[in-house]
Design a protein around this ligand. Structure first.
Ligand code: B4P
Length: 191
């Protein structure tokens, strides 16, 4: 089993590249953002709680997303590997993920960290907001809060995995196919 984390700030291309990676490698895609948006669409209590936080650009509580990931891991016992997209976003989430994978006698193989400048992130998210219908993409102040949350709480997750020698930085600017080629090279060299 080979598990990877696609890591980076909001708008760095995690969702975009995940689609291509699951098509090529057959990973099971686990995007906490997608799971949360699905809960919102279905009008669940969890979705309602998440929506108000997401609309302000804040993170959803750790216990909520860790519970979601625990359920998803239990529901997929026979996959070749997981691609974690947008998770973990805090050190508490990273500790929980390591423990959940250890229970299943597996671990994170590599953390691929996309590097994109702040101005490019803002440009991409505002651009996506024109068509995505995502309320967290239309307002520059909310986009700013999401980037601040990343700097305050999520950037440290890279340090957690650096101590384990698992982080590889990949340029996140350029064409989608160029970036995909860099990511694929990293995966191919480990499988
Ligand atoms: P996510 O759904 O994870 O969304 P994201 O960070 O905004 O998006 P992503 O990085 O995947 O977007 P992409 O670059 O692909 O999170 C949304 C919210 O959910 C969070 O703010 C938080 O509230 C909550 N949440 C999620 N997970 C959580 C967790 N674990 N803990 C707590 N809260 C959590 O796409 C951006 C745009 O860039 C697209 O329009 C794309 O077309 C474009 N793009 C991509 N690559 C490009 C390229 N190479 N060149 C030009 N444009 C490109």
């Amino acid at each position: 089993m080979f598990n990877l984390i696609l890591f980076g700030p909001p708008g760095s291309g995690k969702g975009t590249q995940s689609e291509k990676l699951i098509a090529r490698y057959g990973f099971k895609h686990l995007s906490t953002g997608d799971i949360l948006r699905n809960e919102i669409r279905n009008g669940t209590a969890l979705g309602l709680e998440a929506k108000s936080l997401m609309d302000q650009g804040q993170l959803v509580p750790d216990a909520v997303v860790i519970g979601m990931i625990r359920t998803a891991l239990d529901q997929n016992p026979d996959v070749n590997g997981f691609l974690f997209d947008g998770f973990p976003r805090t050190n508490a989430q990273a500790d929980a993920l390591d423990a959940l994978l250890a229970e299943k006698h597996t671990a994170i193989g590599v953390v691929l960290a996309l590097q994109v400048s702040k101005s490019e992130l803002i440009k991409r998210l505002l651009n996506r907001g024109l068509t995505s219908g995502r309320s967290d993409d239309v307002n520059e102040a909310v986009i700013g809060s999401r980037i601040e949350e990343y700097e305050r709480k999520t950037a440290a997750v890279a340090d957690h995995y650096k101590k384990l020698n698992k982080v590889v930085y990949v340029p996140g600017e350029g064409s989608v196919d160029e970036i995909f080629a860099h990511l694929s090279d990293q995966i191919d060299s480990r499988q």
